[in-house]
Design a binder for this molecule. Sequence first.
Ligand SMILES: Nc1ncnc2c1ncn2[C@@H]1O[C@H](COP(=O)(O)OP(=O)(O)OP(=O)(O)O)[C@@H](O)[C@H]1O
Length: 396
Amino acid sequence: MNAQINGSTRRRQEPATPLAARNLSAGYAAPIVRGVEIDLAAGTLTALIGPNGSGKSTILKSLCGRLRPLAGTVIVEGAELASLRERDLARTLAVHDTSRPSPELLTCRDVVEAGRFPHTGRFGSLTHADRDAVQEALALCHIEDISERDFATLSDGQRQRALIARAICQEPRVLILDEPTSYLDVSSQLEMLQMLRRLARARGICVIASLHELALAQKAADHVIAVAREGIAFQGSAREAFTQEHMANLYGIDPSSFNPAFGSFEMERPRGSARVFIVAGGGSGVEDMRELQRRDVPFAAGVLHRGDIDWSLARALAVQVIDTPAFEPIEERAIMDAKAALEGCRALIWSLEDTGAVNRRNRDLLEHAKACNLPVYASATELFNGPELYGHAPTF
Ligand SMILES: Nc1ncnc2c1ncn2[C@@H]1O[C@H](COP(=O)(O)OP(=O)(O)OP(=O)(O)O)[C@@H](O)[C@H]1O
């Protein structure tokens, strides 16, 4: 977001932990999550992740006082949440959630201005400083141009921005957001998280948001808390959290379908024995592997250098990957394994444009395919649409 985040005038001496939970049990008639321990630092963005129904919203509601803890305590800037008066709490903590109020006859600006109530006097009239804070929040959320529109007529994404702007102009020390990106388009999601992250840093505030977009959470969050199985499954830095093992346990998926480099999941690999062998490297096979996956054709891939971009995708999508150590010429063992795998296939896709010192031995596979009378294609598109480089079109 382009709007300038004004941090210098509002920064204060930070206490160590703006928001903490100690042995918190949160739920309704019975606990949904137990034993929750949280310590959030000032100036950071924390992402709360986890499957549907795991208890993210329930935790957030308890952290902001909308749901009374069933056990344990929530501590806001050193004070027990339960001991704070509503107005004092509102000066410290602001909440955005997914519930959708539909106030009638209020403009978008009116709704955002309501965020100033903890700072206004008895009659609720706004000072210049209040109006500046409102204007700044409108700008940060990119809704200046719709500020005079009837709130009830805004789109879901515009309302979401307005409600986040309302929480921001409250100028809290702690900002709690339940799915702040749920109604936003892809570029707006990026902008919103980037803005929240900058806001956290510039104002030294603590932001915690539940998110389903893991790739975004991985890029934006300083700290990640994963909720599952009645409590916190794990928490730590994005680097610590977004591992294949953690994601597999959290979402019950095959570990190799999560790519930690990009924070993204791949669709399930085609099942069965490999029918196509793909030779690739340096990203040359990405499109071909995706095409095979879309067409549900099981394939083997090799010989790929470990760490190569094709290698990491093949590990998620191929039924067999034959690899070799990075930066070294292909091992003899790998060539033998690849030839054996190739013999069980019905076609070879040669995605490489050229070979160099470290992958020259892959040319043996091209020769082997010809010797085995296997058709060879330059890409998956050609495999499905012809013409073949060599041999006869296979049937799948
Ligand atoms: N008011 C309520 N009364 C009783 N149970 C509730 C209430 N609100 C939520 N629950 C239940 O608590 C559990 C956790 O819900 P919660 O909304 O916290 O999950 P979540 O992780 O935020 O899910 P999602 O990702 O789908 O938004 C669910 O089983 C839900 O049905």
